[in-house]
Design a protein around this ligand. Sequence first.
Ligand code: HEC
Length: 157
Amino acid sequence: MLKILKFTVAAVAILFVGVQFIRPARINQPIAEGQSIEARIPVTPEAEAVLNRSCRDCHSNRTEWPWYSHVAPMSWLVIDHVNHGRRRLNFSDWSRYDRRESQQLLKAICRTAKRGEMPLDSYTLIHRQAKLSTEDVQALCDWAQSEGQRLASAQGK
Ligand code: HEC
């Protein structure tokens, strides 16, 4: 019995060390100031505070990588979330969205915040301060809706 236990512990330890060699890249692309959301469209200070506190780690190139993003297998999960998050929405790269995409993303920001889909639960479990209060959701939606309307009317169609 003891032998099996020792063997299991050793196997798990070896596996844990082994997986550390599988290291997907944690990349923060360089920030080009003129491309960020703040540079492209007006963002209210209230909304900006929420975006910085609760969304930036997965939706910008200004990710603060936590210590566990260096430890497999947690690192795989974290890096995967950031890569997927950035692909769908990147505040540091707002200039690549045309007017239509900007409007859709603004809508999606309000919708996902309101429904409690964002930030991800796995994130707020550790980053408690990132949880959105009713006021946070309100601030995001007020800004996203009025900015969306402004973009729509500027379109002149
Ligand atoms: C822990 C990482 C993480 C955080 C923090 C986070 N997101 Fe996301 N977000 C993701 C991932 C991953 C996806 C892609 C989900 C998918 O493709 O199904 C995503 C997708 C989205 C989308 C696109 C959804 C769609 O339907 O098009 C929006 C909008 C969004 N997030 C808004 C936010 C907002 C607003 C915040 C902050 C209040 C936030 N996210 C915080 C990881 C995160």
